[in-house]
Write a protein that binds this ligand. Structure first.
Ligand code: SF4
Length: 182
């Protein structure tokens, strides 16, 4: 017979190219987090110290845009391993501020900072720094997205409503009255 932990919804949160403000808004659910933790098992998140995105995730909240090869690989992995993918916040939904990046001369900058500049011991810029994509992309440009939760950041009430519906297995479309663009 499955234990209580086995019956919990497997929730993940991911931080790509964003400022962490969307995760802060998630934490701003305050006391509702106590209710949430009775229903979900947080299986991957920058709020904890998980290393690998696991199999069998029910709902994943993705903050941030896709800026480099590491983000792209993680986005593709989380899509394969998750039932519901949520684009959390304007950076994931539209690209937002991070989309202004990468059009700079990134090769020249990397050369100046990592190759010509003062070397950090043990740092191999070729091996350690993920390759930037030609442009920063919103999440739906690289993988199918099930739910869009705009806002910069989305209000905690919006996140609470979305997560509450999704962990009950309901579909979710953000009501107009709850949309907040910062
Ligand atoms: Fe930060 Fe706004 Fe982007 Fe969220 S949507 S990661 S709050 S800049």
């Amino acid at each position: 017979m499955p234990g209580v932990e086995d019956q919990k919804i497997r929730l993940a949160t991911v931080w790509l190219s964003g400022c962490s403000g969307c995760h802060m808004s998630f934490l701003d659910m305050d006391e509702h987090l106590l209710e949430l933790q009775k229903l979900v098992h947080l299986v991957f998140s920058p709020l904890a110290d998980h290393k690998c995105f696991p199999e069998g995730v029910d709902v994943v909240l993705v903050e941030g845009a896709v800026a480099n090869t590491e983000h792209l690989a993680l986005a593709q992995t989380l899509r394969r391993r998750s039932r519901v993918v949520v684009a959390l916040g304007d950076c994931a939904v539209t690209g937002n501020v991070p989309a202004l990046r990468n059009r700079l001369d990134s090769e020249g900058l990397l050369q100046a900072v990592y190759a010509d500049g003062e070397r950090l011991p043990g740092l191999d810029p070729q091996g350690e720094v993920p390759q930037l994509l030609p442009s920063v992309l919103p999440l739906h440009r690289v993988i199918p997205v099930d739910v869009f939760l705009p806002g910069c950041p989305p209000a905690p009430q919006s996140i609470q409503a979305a997560v509450g519906a999704l962990i009950q297995g309901e579909s979710f479309v953000l009501p107009e009255s709850m949309r907040r663009f910062g």
